[in-house]
Write a protein that binds this ligand. Structure first.
Ligand code: C2E
Ligand code: MG
Ligand code: MG
Ligand code: MG
Length: 282
């Protein structure tokens, strides 16, 4: 009867809820050991200069290769790392790993390219963040302008004064700053004018629907013009089609990143791309 049905519904609901909580607990327990077990790795997605048509940089994107679950998306585990404070250790590992990869590629004779690294809001609470980043740069003899730290608006909003202070100190070391996922926050323009940054990354949601006469087309055009008028470099995210590529090129967008060029790749696959490009196969 209806009563049984209701009961079952309730039971399934709680089982489902419990499952989610258990899953999350399991994940955070395993994540705690992921670093020492060397389960984290970095993939690199090329950033292409739209004028030269060449790879001028990569964005480092963290992956978690769990022995049972396989590849876990950062969309799943970064929020857990943030909630539990593990993001400090993971973030430091990501910076160290990306900079050491840059050193390896430089020593192997690959063309010098930029490295984008994502920072979480919590990392801005780390007392010695600037010193830590500076020492990683020195350890790897990295040219600081080859490191581009990606921050989001939500980070900037938390404590604007503090964020601006840290960004100024990072930039005085020669490090570049990019505002990631631009356009997805809610008071974008207000923060944009106050933040000491070098690059604006236009979120893929605006790039997705660039078709003739669409609102997204108008927004993308305006964002590129706006950024250039502020002397910022523009990187478009999530380019998947030739049409999007041609549109962005026409609008004088500086750089682009997306599946059209390549998905994020493990280091050896990215090396092959760089080699192919330098011998003119692409
Ligand atoms: P994000 O920084 O905005 O990175 C871009 C995301 O878009 C990546 O997802 C990338 O794989 C995906 N993407 C690139 N091109 C395309 C495309 O053409 N189409 C579509 N549909 N997607 C594309 P991923 O690697 O899953 O990373 C997701 C997010 O996780 C990142 O977004 C970033 O916010 C976060 N994340 C990744 N690595 C790190 C890290 O080391 N530290 C921190 N704090 N966050 C990270
Ligand atoms: Mg990013
Ligand atoms: Mg982004
Ligand atoms: Mg993002």
């Amino acid at each position: 009867g209806a009563k049984d049905y209701g009961k079952n519904n309730y039971r399934f609901y709680t089982v489902d809820m419990n499952k989610k909580i258990v899953e999350k607990l399991e994940m955070s327990n395993s994540l705690r050991r992921a670093l020492e077990r060397k389960e984290l790795l970095l993939y690199y997605q090329p950033q292409v200069d739209l004028e030269k048509g060449k790879i001028v940089g990569v964005e480092a994107l963290v992956r978690w290769n769990h022995p049972i679950w396989g590849m876990v998306s950062p969309v799943k585990f970064i929020p857990i790392a943030e909630e539990t404070g593990m993001i400090m250790a993971i973030g430091e590992w990501v910076l160290r790993e990306a900079c050491s990869q840059s050193k390896k590629w430089r020593e192997a004779g690959y063309p010098s390219i930029g490295f984008g690294v994502n920072l979480s809001a919590q990392q801005f609470q780390q007392q010695d963040l600037v010193e830590m980043i500076h020492s990683i740069i020195l350890e790897n003899e990295l040219e600081p302008q080859h490191l581009e730290l990606e921050i989001t608006e939500s980070l900037a909003m938390k404590d604007l004064e503090h964020t601006v202070d840290i960004l100024k100190r990072l930039r005085s070391l020669g490090i570049k700053i990019a505002l990631d996922d631009f356009g997805t926050g809610y008071s974008s323009l207000n923060y944009l004018k106050q933040l000491p940054i070098d690059t604006l990354k236009i979120d893929k949601s605006f790039v997705n629907d660039i078709t003739m006469g669409s609102n997204e087309e108008a927004i993308a055009k305006s964002l590129i013009t706006l950024a250039h008028s502020m002397s910022l470099i523009v990187t478009a995210e999530g380019i998947e089609t030739k049409d999007q590529y041609m549109f962005l090129q026409e609008q004088c967008c500086d750089k682009a990143q997306g599946y059209l060029f390549s998905k994020p790749l493990p280091p050896d696959a990215l090396e092959r791309l760089l080699v192919e490009e330098s011998v003119g196969l692409t």
